[in-house]
Design a protein around this ligand. Structure first.
Ligand code: PHE
Ligand code: NA
Length: 462
């Protein structure tokens, strides 16, 4: 490689990019429905524990190894031992690419709904927002339920156009490179996203019924903690939300300058991400409380579907809002779309980094090809079978993708590379000394927690 490796212009640029990757649809769309399905407030306890036991140590690992090796996942692992290279390709080429494809479809839904907020097409539909979303918009519903994975009834044109737009935006940003594309765009997106979320939270707190929603969100149902599946869900959500096990954080950290405070960067990224999720949860559940009150029901009765939560509940709220409903809808779906785009950019960047670390490639060509293939494969999710596929792919990729990769990373770094060795590298420019414990911790706790999740996920299948 003759070309000088690119570097972030500033630490702030790197942190924003890492936060941009972490904060995404997972924090608003996925976090709220997973929390909802796992007992509301009770879920926060395993969630926070998983953050400390699995999330932060693994984020330190990915940042640390990327920074140490100055390479993305496949080459970094190759340098530990050539036999491990495939783990990196598995992460980047399989898990990441798979997630990217449906992730962009959900962003396309967000773009469509920014547009729909303006004229609220669900108001005339029998069955309301639920029927609109699954029926008219996705074409996924039939008389007797959802279509199966092989019922590929015609793609929805709106989603298709939106999907093309999403891939084009991604392609243009990543195609310009780290310094000219990713970094400047993220520096605008992230402050904007936090601003939008503050407006939404404050707004939703003033809605009548907000208190009821928050009580439901924040009061733990202790019995749920006895269900081990809730714990597996918490760990999986931590993986997804921190973009772990994809090779993204490895790639992003590889562009850091020599002297960098890895510990601080990892802590900022982790806390910004979970803080954002919990904060966004306030807006989501306050809004659900409002909806429950408007319909004279309990909070647990107003939402019927997990995946559709944001796209069913919010449209309903929009039609019932006493004050500037269109504005509320546009803000909410714009926040989702911006959060989603700053994450999808990171996925594509990680892919491009992996290829260009290994081969002489032309970035524009790689990005162009990737975006075209991504768009074409994404089309399946715009058909009537889309929801069925989304469920299958999400489940398959979380069990065989991120958690497996995380487990392997912990094993490889813990035993082969040496946890202490990585720990002392991470300590580098920081003042926090922990390397002697990091190695042991990595080997025992993480392996245990990850193995639990992986076996748990497979247990859950039966
Ligand atoms: N962390 C992102 C989120 O919470 C999801 C994501 C996963 C982004 C993998 C990039 C890579 O939405
Ligand atoms: Na996230």
């Amino acid at each position: 490689m003759s070309e000088q490796r690119e570097q972030w212009q500033s630490t702030a640029g790197f942190i924003m990019a890492a936060v941009g990757s972490a904060v995404g649809l997972g924090n608003i769309w996925r976090f709220s429905y997973v929390t909802y399905e796992n007992g509301g407030g009770a879920f926060l306890i395993p969630y926070v524990l998983a953050l400390f036991i699995v999330g932060i140590p693994l984020l330190l690992l990915e940042f640390g190894i990327g920074h140490y090796m100055k390479a993305s996942a496949p080459v970094s692992l190759f340098r530990i031992d050539r036999r491990f290279q495939w783990v990196g390709w598995w992460a980047v080429g399989f898990t990441m690419f798979g997630i990217l494809i449906y992730y962009c479809v959900v962003i396309a839904w967000c773009l469509s709904f920014i547009f729909f907020a303006l004229y609220q097409p669900w108001t005339g539909v029998e069955g309301g927002a639920n029927a609109f979303f699954f029926g008219e918009f996705l074409g996924a519903a039939t008389e007797d339920g959802l279509r199966g994975p092989f019922d590929l009834t015609g793609p929805n044109l709106t989603v298709l156009v939106a999907l093309a737009a999403v891939w084009a935006i991604n392609g243009v940003i990543v195609g310009r490179g780290l310094r000219a594309g990713v970094e400047p765009v993220i520096r605008v997106f992230i402050p904007l996203l936090f601003l939008l979320m503050i407006v939404l939270v404050v707004w939703s707190l003033f809605l009548p019924g907000a208190g009821q929603g928050l009580t439901w969100y924040l009061s733990p149902d202790w019995a749920k903690l006895a269900d081990w599946r809730v714990w597996v869900e918490a760990i999986t959500q931590i993986f997804f939300t921190l973009s772990l096990g994809f090779g993204i954080m490895i790639a992003y950290a590889s562009y850091l300058p020599e002297r960098s405070n890895i510990t601080r960067n990892a802590l900022i990224t982790a806390f910004a991400d979970s803080g954002f999720a919990i904060f966004a949860g306030v807006a989501v559940f306050a809004t659900l409380g409002f909806m429950a009150q408007a319909q004279g029901q309990g909070v647990e009765d107003v939402v019927t579907s997990g995946i559709g939560l944001a796209f069913v509940a919010y449209p309903q709220v929009i039609s019932e809002l006493p004050f500037l409903p269109t504005m509320f809808g546009v803000l909410f779906f714009s926040a989702l779309a911006i959060a989603g785009l700053s994450s999808s950019i990171s996925l594509i960047q990680a892919f491009v980094s992996a290829l260009s670390d290994k081969y002489e490639v032309d970035r524009t060509k790689v990005v162009g090809t990737l975006c075209t293939i991504g768009f074409l494969l994404g089309m399946v999710f715009t058909t009537g079978a889309g929801i069925a596929w989304l469920d299958i792919v999400d489940h398959f990729l979380t069990s065989y993708g991120l958690v497996l990769v995380g487990l392997l990373e912990a094993l490889i770094v813990g035993w082969v590379f040496g946890g202490e060795r990585l720990g002392s590298h991470i300590e580098g420019a920081g003042s926090f000394r922990f390397s002697s414990h990091y190695g042991t911790f990595m080997r025992l706790l993480m392996t245990g927690a990850l193995a639990f999740t992986w076996f748990g996920l497979h247990q859950a299948e039966d």
